[in-house]
Design a protein around this ligand. Structure first.
Ligand code: PHE
Ligand code: NA
Length: 450
């Protein structure tokens, strides 16, 4: 039943697909956003809500996106159009693909700005800039970076060039090669960092911070943020996993693979927390420092410890690797769509999508300096892009996706795709119909309005 288009690439193996999907999932979300959100929301309570969201909402939606992509074998817009058409349903379901591609483009714009921060910090780290710095000096370093549009622009541009270069090379020679090299390297670097954190003397404190829930800190906003982050961290609601699924053959078991990817993404986020919080706590730094957490706290710690130069370079290289493989995956659905629906070649498509996202990224980076006064509903441009995508577009697109697979598609087709046996199939079907949709809807309504 796989209606392969001749020009359409396929992942070379299940393992490579897992590496690429984990490469997409593991990114700034795990190493930058998860720790600072956990810090801001008071630790364990946020982590607990997040884990529940991954299991009950993230996992069924991840499987849904892959199965849709695998059936369609095309870009997310055409895939949704084609499946809805075949089922004689409204072509309006195509909106899932449109919103996904739009979301991917919006996220890529500011994602690349942060990727640029990470690149610039490799350079600081390697040149020993952090050495002996006090907390004022590391804050000044970070704030000076944010205050310099030209410097931000240079690093943002370099990051985007790296992303475009890989995606332009194609699925096999670009995405696969990058994932094969970068993901194992990332895992190794992270292990070294956790190992180091374990020697700081505050490892237990760090673990307690991550795993001891203080339920009084759970508010509607925290739950929305945790759910939004579950979508973000698994790369859901943006056509990304759908596009990756479109290169899948029928032999890959979606359920087992989804569990593997979700577990690895979660383990890496928790490991990043375990690498970061002990260092933060051991040095008396503020875990609730926000988006600057890893860019201020860690350099301070690195600058004042034995082997700090080595570990700081490792850490920021790791961060760039993670951001890079995720940014490629953000560009992929846009490029797949342009390549299939316009006369553009893959290189031209990668350039068009990448350069336009790069332009929007300039607006995002100016919100840290020249345009800091420009606000939309009280948020600057950067935070607007972040809030609009993570808290609004991703949940809504994810909700539409799970409703489509749970309620609109025929059960036999879904079951054949998922290839689940009796009990797991019932559980999946129940979660897809009765747990995930109402949960997303309720959290969304209370979080956005409440
Ligand atoms: N999942 C990535 C992360 O955690 C971010 C991302 C979102 C990547 C959406 C692709 C699509 O950083
Ligand atoms: Na992630």
């Amino acid at each position: 039943m796989s209606n392969k288009r001749h020009s359409h690439a396929q992942w070379s193996s299940r393992l490579i697909f897992i590496l690429a999907a984990v490469g997409s999932a593991v990114g700034l979300g795990n190493i930058w956003k998860f720790p600072y959100m956990t810090g801001e929301s008071g630790g364990g309570a946020f982590v607990l809500v997040y884990l529940v969201c991954i299991a009950l909402i993230g996992l069924p939606i991840l499987m849904s996106e892959w199965l849709l992509g695998r059936i369609g074998q095309k870009n997310p817009i055409s895939t949704m159009d084609q499946i809805a058409g075949r089922l004689k349903r409204s072509r309006g379901w195509m909106a899932i693909g449109v919103a996904g591609i739009a979301g991917a483009w919006l996220i890529l714009s500011f994602y690349s700005v942060i990727g640029g921060w990470a690149l610039s910090y490799i350079r600081y780290a390697a040149s020993g800039t952090f050495s002996g710095m006090n907390s004022d000096q590391v804050s000044t370093l970070f704030n000076d970076l944010l205050a310099s549009p030209g410097v931000l622009l240079a690093w943002h541009s370099l990051f985007m060039v790296l992303v475009i270069a890989v995606v332009a090379a194609g699925v096999t020679s670009g995405l696969e090669r990058a994932a094969k090299f970068l993901m194992p390297a990332l895992a190794g670097l992270l292990l070294i960092m956790v190992g180091y954190a374990a020697t700081t003397g505050s490892f237990g404190e760090g673990l307690a911070w991550l795993f001891q829930p203080d339920f009084s800190r759970i508010t509607g906003e925290v739950v929305l943020a945790a759910m939004g982050h579950a979508f973000f961290t698994l790369s859901l609601g943006m056509g990304v996993m759908m596009a990756y699924g479109s290169y899948l053959g029928d032999d890959v078991h979606l359920g087992r693979t989804a569990v593997t990817v979700a577990v690895l993404d979660t383990v890496i986020a928790l490991a990043a927390g375990m690498a970061i919080f002990p260092v933060v706590l051991a040095n008396g730094l503020d875990p609730a420092a926000g988006p600057g957490l890893i860019f201020q706290s860690l350099p301070l710690a690195f600058g004042n410890m034995a082997g700090g130069l080595f570990f700081s370079v490792l850490f920021f290289v790791l961060l760039v690797f993670a951001a890079w493989t995720s940014a490629m995956s953000l560009l992929e659905p846009i490029v797949e769509w342009l390549e299939e629906k316009t006369p553009l070649s893959r290189l031209q498509a990668a350039l068009a999508a990448g350069i336009s996202a790069w332009l929007l990224g300039i607006a995002a980076l100016l919100s840290f300096n020249a345009w800091s006064g420009v606000t939309i509903f009280g948020r600057d441009i950067f935070n607007t892009l972040d809030y609009l995508t993570a808290n609004i577009m991703l949940p809504l697109t994810g909700l539409a996706t799970i409703i489509f697979v749970g309620w609109v598609m025929g059960r036999d087709e879904v079951r054949a795709q998922l290839n689940l046996s009796g009990g797991s199939w019932k559980l999946w079907r129940f979660a897809a119909r009765y747990i995930a949709p109402p949960a997303v809807a309720i959290v969304f309504i209370f979080g956005v309005l409440g």
